[in-house]
Write a protein that binds this ligand. Structure first.
Ligand code: BJ8
Length: 422
C-alpha cells in the first residue's frame, strides 16, 4: 500500500497545512454532492476521484516521473495538451478553486485581484497542492493582465513557460498563434527529450477529440426535461477532466452519459419536470468551486449548461484529424484553439452567438452571469451580453463573487428572487 504521507513529504509539501486543507473537504463534499437525491450510479467514480484527489492520481504522476517522464501544469484551456502528451509527458490542470489558498496568494499578489489567480499562486506557495509539486514545468499564457503578470511572480518559485495568445482573431493573429504553438512544441521537446512525430501527435489529437466528444455526449443529455444529471455533477465531471488520466476519464464519462441516456428513455430526472432551467455563463469554476451551482440547485432550479471554460468552451470544436504532416497538424491545432471565445479577445461576438445557441438548445429559462471578482474582461463583456439577452426577452442576472462563503446568504436571496421571476 502506498504511504501517501511519505509521498507528499518527498514532494516537499507542508504536511500540517495540507492536513488542514484536506480535513474540510469530506464535510463540504457530503453536503454539496452526496446529499443530492437520485444521483446517477456512475458518479461513484467521480466521487472516488475527489475522495482520493491528492493520492491516487498523484501516485500515478510520481510513478511516471520515476520512470523519467515529465509532468506539465496548465492554467488555461488554450494550451494544446495534445503536444504535451505527444512528447510523452502528462498534462494536469492547475487552476486553484479554493479559498484556502487565497491568503498565500495575497502574500505576493494584490488583494484586489481575481481569486482564481491568487488561489493558483497560493497553492504553489503554500506547498499544499501535490499537483503543483509534481510539475516539471508550469505553462501560463497571456490571456488577462492578472495572469500575465502573475507568471512573473510564480516564475520565482517554479519553472514557468508562457504562451503569447493573440487578443484578436484576424488571419495574422492565427498565424502568430500557430507560431506560438511551434515554439511551444520546441520547448516541450526540449523538456522531455522526445521528438513529437506526426504519428504520435495524430494519436493524441484523436484522444483529446474523444475526450471532448465524451463531455459533449454527457452535456447533450442535459437538454432533456427532466434533466437526468444535476449541474453540480456535470460541473464536477468537467473539473475532473483536467487532471485525470484521459483514457480512464473517457471510459467513465461515456458510462455516465450512457446511464443518463437510459434515464431519459425512462423519464427519470434529478429535478421535477418543469423546474427552472439555468445557463451559467462567465468565468471558470476550478475545483472545488461549486458555490454558485450549489446555491442555484438547492433553490430548486437546474443548471443545464455552462458557457465557461469548465463547460462548453473547453470541449466544443474538434481538431481536424486529417492532417498527415506536422505542419498540417499544428495548423489544425491553432485553428481549433483559436475558436475558443474567451473575453480576452476584442471584439468577441462569437461568445454572444454561443450563448444564444446554448439558450435555445438547452431550453434555458434564465441566464446567470458568473463573474469572479476583479475579472475585468468578463465584467465589461456583461454589458453586451445583458443588452443582447434582454433584447430577446431572456432573463439575466449577474453574480460577482469570490471564493469566500461570506456572501453566500446574500447570493442565495438574490438567486431565489431571480428564480421566482422566471
Ligand atoms: S480561456 S476564461 S481559462 S483565460 S477569471 S484568470 S480571465 S481574471 S480564467 Fe480563463 Fe483561459 Fe479565458 Fe478560459 Fe483572468 Fe478572468 Fe481570472 Fe480568468
Amino acid at each position: 500500500m502506498t504511504d501517501y504521507r511519505k509521498l507528499w513529504s518527498d514532494l516537499g509539501m507542508d504536511l500540517e497545512k495540507h492536513d488542514r486543507l484536506t480535513s474540510a473537504l469530506p464535510l463540504i463534499y457530503e453536503e454539496v454532492y452526496l446529499q443530492q437525491p437520485g444521483r446517477p450510479q456512475a458518479m461513484e467514480y467521480f466521487d472516488l476521484v475527489v475522495a482520493e484527489i491528492h493520492s491516487l492520481r498523484i501516485a500515478e504522476l510520481v510513478e511516471h516521473r520515476r520512470r523519467g517522464g515529465k509532468v506539465c501544469g496548465v492554467f488555461c484551456v488554450f494550451v494544446p495538451v495534445e503536444i504535451i502528451r505527444a512528447a510523452g509527458a502528462i498534462a494536469v490542470g492547475l487552476c486553484g478553486g479554493s479559498q484556502f489558498w487565497v491568503p498565500d496568494g495575497e502574500r505576493v499578489l494584490p488583494r484586489n485581484l481575481c481569486p482564481l489567480i491568487k488561489a493558483s499562486v497560493g497553492a504553489r506557495l503554500s506547498g499544499t497542492c501535490p499537483y503543483f509539486q509534481s510539475c516539471d514545468l508550469l505553462i501560463g499564457e497571456t490571456t488577462c493582465d492578472g495572469k500575465k503578470k502573475a507568471w512573473e511572480v510564480l516564475g520565482e518559485y517554479a519553472p514557468v513557460y508562457v504562451m503569447d495568445l493573440p487578443q484578436m482573431k484576424r488571419p495574422r493573429d492565427l498565424a502568430a498563434w500557430r507560431g506560438e504553438i511551434e515554439l511551444f512544441l520546441a520547448r516541450i521537446e526540449e523538456l522531455t527529450g522526445c521528438r513529437v512525430t506526426p504519428g504520435r501527435l495524430a494519436e493524441e489529437i484523436r484522444l483529446q477529440n474523444r475526450l471532448r466528444q465524451a463531455l459533449e455526449r454527457l452535456y447533450q443529455t442535459r437538454k432533456a426535461d427532466p434533466v437526468p444529471i444535476s449541474g453540480k455533477d456535470a460541473l464536477l465531471v468537467t473539473q475532473v477532466s483536467f487532471y485525470d488520466d484521459p483514457r480512464r476519464f473517457i471510459d467513465k464519462t461515456e458510462a455516465l452519459a450512457a446511464e443518463a441516456e437510459a434515464r431519459i428513455a425512462s423519464g427519470q430526472g434529478v429535478f421535477p419536470s418543469g423546474a427552472p432551467r439555468i445557463l451559467v455563463t462567465g468565468t471558470p469554476m476550478a475545483i472545488p468551486n461549486w458555490k454558485l451551482h450549489h446555491i442555484i440547485e438547492t433553490a430548486g432550479a437546474a443548471v443545464v449548461c455552462e458557457e465557461t471554460c469548465t463547460g462548453t468552451r473547453f470541449f466544443e470544436h474538434q481538431v481536424d484529424e486529417t492532417g498527415r504532416t506536422l505542419e498540417e497538424q499544428l495548423q489544425a491545432l491553432a485553428e481549433r484553439y483559436l475558436k475558443i471565445n474567451c473575453s480576452c479577445f476584442t471584439p468577441n461576438p462569437g461568445r454572444l452567438e454561443d450563448i444564444f445557441r446554448l439558450v435555445e438548445a438547452y431550453r434555458v429559462d434564465g441566464v446567470i452571469y458568473y463573474n469572479l471578482q476583479f475579472c475585468h474582461g468578463y465584467a465589461v463583456e456583461y454589458y453586451a451580453v445583458e443588452k443582447a439577452l434582454k433584447a430577446r426577452g431572456i432573463p439575466v442576472m449577474k453574480v460577482e463573487t469570490d471564493y469566500s462563503e461570506e456572501d453566500t446568504g446574500q447570493l442565495r436571496t438574490r438567486v431565489e428572487a431571480f428564480l421566482e421571476m422566471l
